[in-house]
Write a protein that binds this ligand. Structure first.
Ligand code: HEM
Length: 404
């Protein structure tokens, strides 16, 4: 029989994302939530979905939108108007979504990924040359940040010398996706980053219009001057969204994946002996410690899920990180195993919004993990304290390693 829960019974069930201690080790808390209240009404009135099959149903079957019936975001800060993600491809539905997705996606296909491979290989090798000479490295600035920031700036046509200024902006801007629920100081930092990025891209687009190249910004400008009309505001927000997605998520994958290998030296040795496992290993890193713990949908009509009737306009948070460790889907899910078969994780989302940059991110990760396995053979790797970044995503700011 189906059950309808009332908003006043909301509870975090010991897994409050907004508690800073949550991110140190979210997995036992997420497991507790999945086992005890898999379709959980939170104290802020949103629904958290943590079983794999339920997350999949929300992506692929449920009648969903990214916004409420007034086209407003259920998660954004209403005061956050400059550089707002309201008009970003991820926040649109139906035809409006398809139009923007077509504009952005041609720069992230197989062709771009192949063109970038040589550059990625060189950047990763140089980072390890230096680390081995120095006896160690801070993985985040030296590798996890270095590789994606170079690639995304090149793809987009952002001058290479400007890439450092995006460090703080992109991390801060990830908070915009759920800013309504964050403390005032974080909201303010998030708004400031949006304003700075909007000003930056408005100026860059004005410049680029005078001197088009073969980058994403130029191709978006050409599309907007051709048959399909895009306003400068639409272009600016796609640029901000793509640069945030391209930096922060991949920094998370490279950092969290490297950490998984450091903490499981047997798996690093296995990759050293079997480099052909790198593709599987990359998906296992994405499953084991995903950079985006959850994303959202809004129900357009009521929907039955696991014996619960979720009402129309319910705000759903799909817990990708909990689904990825659901024992009903993955055998021994807390075990990091690069030979695992059946790695259909949820880390790139699903349905029409499935991540556009997944091939690029995985290619970068394959080079990083393989180089690490080949170059650190015979060395002992010691890690010191992790520092987390200001990102809303699961991204470290510092992860120093010593090679002995
Ligand atoms: C490990 C790296 C990455 C992860 C874990 C990741 C994850 C995600 C997730 C969870 C979504 C939302 C999907 C949904 O709501 O169903 C998404 C969408 C998106 N991602 Fe990624 N992403 C990664 C890398 C990238 C990169 C490198 C880029 C671009 C350079 C990118 C561009 C995008 C875009 C444009 C969207 C919106 C697509 C749409 O709405 O149609 N992502 N990504």
């Amino acid at each position: 029989m189906s059950e309808t829960k009332q908003a006043e019974v909301g509870d975090w069930v010991g897994a409050d994302f907004f508690d800073p201690s949550f991110r140190d080790d979210p997995y036992p808390k997420l497991a507790h939530l999945r086992e005890n209240d898999p379709i959980n009404l939170t104290p802020v009135g949103t629904w958290r979905i943590s079983r794999y099959e339920d997350v999949k149903a929300i992506f692929n079957d449920a009648p969903t939108s990214m916004t409420d019936k007034h086209d407003d975001s259920p998660n954004f800060d209403p005061l956050d108007t400059k550089g707002s993600f309201l008009e970003f491809v991820l926040n649109k539905d139906g035809d409006a979504h398809r139009r923007l997705r077509m504009l952005v996606q041609k720069s992230f296909g197989q062709k771009t990924v192949r063109l970038m491979e040589e550059e990625v290989a060189k950047t990763v090798a140089a980072a390890f040359d230096k680390a081995l000479a120095d006896g160690g490295m801070d993985v985040v600035p030296a590798l996890a940040h270095e590789v994606p920031s170079r690639m995304i700036c090149q793809i987009m046509g952002v001058p290479m010398q400007d890439r450092q200024i995006f460090n703080e902006w992109t991390a801060a801007r990830t908070n915009a996706f759920f800013a309504k629920f964050l403390p005032p100081d974080v909201q303010e930092r998030t708004r400031n980053a949006g304003a700075a990025m909007e000003d930056y891209f408005r100026a860059l687009i004005t410049e680029r219009k005078k001197d088009l190249g073969d980058d994403l910004l130029s191709s978006m400008i050409m599309a907007s001057e051709g048959g399909d009309k895009f306003t400068d505001d639409e272009l600016i927000i796609q640029a901000i969204g793509v640069i945030v997605a391209g930096y922060e998520t991949t920094i998370g994958l490279l950092g969290n994946g490297t950490r998984a290998f450091v903490e499981h030296p047997d798996q690093l040795a296995k990759l050293h002996d079997n480099p052909e496992l790198v593709s599987n290993a990359t998906d296992e890193c994405l499953r084991f410690d995903t950079p985006i713990l959850f994303n959202w949908r809004v129900l357009k009509r009521s929907y039955e899920l696991g014996g619960v009737t979720l009402p129309a306009e319910a705000v759903i948070w799909q817990l990708l990180a909990a689904a990825n460790r659901d024992p009903a889907r993955f055998a021994d899910p807390d075990h990091f195993d690069i030979e695992r078969e059946d790695l259909a994780h949820q880390s790139f989302g699903g349905g029409p919004h499935f991540c556009l940059g997944n091939q690029l991110a995985k290619m970068e990760a394959r080079y990083v993990f393989n180089e690490m396995a080949q170059r650190t053979k015979g060395l002992t790797i010691n890690a010191s304290n992790i520092e987390w970044s200001h990102s809303f995503f699961r991204v470290m700011a510092s992860y120093p390693l010593e090679f002995n």
